[in-house]
Structure formats: C-alpha cells, structure tokens
Design a binder for this molecule. Sequence first.
Ligand code: 13P
Ligand code: SF4
Length: 387
Amino acid sequence: MARIIDASLTGSSEGGCDPRALHGTWGALNAAAVRGLAYSDDVKAKTDALYQRVKHVVPAVEWPAYAPLIAAINDMKRAKNAIILAHNYMTSEIFWCVGDFRGDSLALAYKAAQTDAAIIVQAGVHFMAETSKILAPEKTVLIPDLRAGCSLAASITGADVRLIKQKFPGVPVVTYVNTSAEVKAESDVTCTSSNAAAVVEWAAKEWGMDRVILIPDEYLAKNVAAQTGIRIIAWHGRCEVHERFTAEDVAELRASYPGIIVLAHPECPPDVMSAADFAGSTAALQMYVEQKHPAKVVLLTECSMSDNVAAASPDVDFIRPCNLCPHMKRITLEGIYDALKAMKYEVTILEDVRVRAKQAIDRMLALPKETPRAFETGRPPVAVELV
Ligand code: 13P
Ligand code: SF4
C-alpha cells in the first residue's frame, strides 16, 4: 500500500494527510492579514463557539489563522442575505464554520431549490454551482474559484450525449449530477450516488425498458448494475480521486488494522466495493459512522470527508488514506471571502439549457425522498456495455 504509506510523509499520523496543509495555515494567516483582518478580541468572541465544532481536527495553534476570515465571512453573509452550501469534501474550517447547509450533492440540491436567501455561495465544485443556478435561477450563485471542476464532468459533452441517444434510441438517459448543465439538458433524469440505483430502477420501469443509459461514471454504472440487475449502457468517465483506490489497498488496510471497518464511495472500482464493509454516497458514509460508531474506520473517499465526520464523532478512530480532490481544494476561506466581497464568480447558464437541465433534475427531486441508499457490498461484478 505504498501510496497510503507515502501519504503519511505529508505530516500527520495513521497514514493520513492534512488537506489544510496544502494551502497552509500560514498561507491563511497571510491571507487574512493582506485583507486587513486580524485575530482581535471581537473575532475571538465571534468564533470561539465555532472552534468547538472543529477542535478535534483543527489544532488550536492554527485557529487564529482561520478565525478572522470566518468571522468576516459570517458577517458578510448576514449583511448580504447569502448562504453557503458546503459539500462534504470541504475542509473542516469551511464545512463546519461558514457552511450554512452541509451535505452530499443531493442534499445541497434540495437546499438550493428551497432557500430564501438572495445569494448562494457554492463551497463545492462547478457542477454543483450550476445545479444551484438551474434550480434557483432568480438567485445570484457564486463559485469562489472557476477552476473547481471535476474529472467526471470534464469527461463528457452535450454532443457526446446526443450521439449516445442516436445509437440507443428510446433508451432512457440517467445522468449523474457530476456533469455540466449542457449534459444534463440532453438527459432524461439525473441521479446522485445517494439515489442512483433507485433512479435507474425508476427509469427502466417508467420507459418500459430492460436497459438504461447511465453516464458518465463507468464505475458508478458498474456498481449500479451489480445492485439492480438492470442492463446498463455506460460511458468511460472516472473520478480521478476514487479510481485510485484498489482492492489491494483494502486487503492491506485490513492486515495493518485488524477489525477496521472499510467504507467506500460508489465512484470506487467494483472490486473495491466488493471488498468493503459498507458503501454509499458521502451522506450514507457519514450516517453509517454516526449510527454504528465503529471503533476504527477508513473512508475510501476524499480526504476532508474523514475530518468532517471525525469532528462530529471524536470517539471513532479514523485511518486516513490520502486521496485529495484537487478541484474541491480550490475552494478556500479567502476565496469565499473574496467571492462574497466582490460578488464573484457568478454562475450563468443559457436559459434554454437551464430549462431542459431543470426538467432532468426535477424528475429526480420528484421521486420519493429516501434516506441515502446503501450499496450492498460483496456482490460479484456485472458487465456493462461501454460506449
Ligand atoms: P456525493 O453525491 O456522494 O456527495 O458525491 C459527490 C462527489 O463529487 C463524489 O466524488
Ligand atoms: Fe469530481 Fe471526483 Fe472531485 Fe468528486 S471527488 S468532484 S467526482 S473529481
């Protein structure tokens, strides 16, 4: 498990890394200073309670670097009637201290559709900000860094989907939300990792078909095929974070940490899913830890997720293999501060594209709201038809 052991060279124990260290505590301190912000008594008073939320994962010595930006962001949110939607992969000082709503991509989409705020700041990646704009066109949606993309979203275009539809006329197109608005606009219904199997089952029934197109994540498609028994036509997209986990990693984790519970995200390869104890969306993984309180656990997903779950479950021992999402890590506290201050970068979508994409998302949101559906692990692999 060279990669995981190598990751420990980044500085923390148990094979983990500190996503905040990428950017640097001292970088944040400097970021606050150049914006004229300091750790004053007023800032301390405003943020002491917030520190309690992250004290298990953010060392006290680092707090004065983050607190001035956190206080200023929270003040600006109130003044501008803005909310921050924070994905589970945000670093903990963002997730727990400036995020108003926290969760997986499905939960954040529901919030975007419901909020009364005038401004949504997406602490997540670009496709998530587009989803918010699609659902809440009258609101200003900001993404703090336009480079916050996604390897899955980048793997497919609207023109690709049109070609797939030509090849398989009449077969429903289920599209993972990790895609651009123009791809969603070509789709029949969207799904997330919380509801992918349910949406595929629904689409097969609704269209009266024994097969469904599920794009663009090849591994998610294979994992859904193994759960549902429905024939799946798939695309060759991969998540650059989850594709790196291997079944050998799981075996080595079990050998190194006897009794460890292995949780995997369904963007992982099928043999990783088979070898895991439990699999599901980021929300499902979080719920598992909160409800079962395993003594020792590893989350085969993005690094910050472990910190965020650990902050709420300090009694659980997390082993942290280090797979960072470079796109998620583009979002920083100072980026959020600058975004709110200068009202940048505003997400816009052509109205015709937005309306068609919204239809696909609305179909998903109209399905009965379930708790995030777990993927049964230990299933044999099932072949899909790759286009
Ligand atoms: P969730 O829908 O599980 O939050 O996942 C989004 C994502 O980008 C995973 O890599
Ligand atoms: Fe995309 Fe993977 Fe990053 Fe999620 S973790 S945003 S799927 S690249």
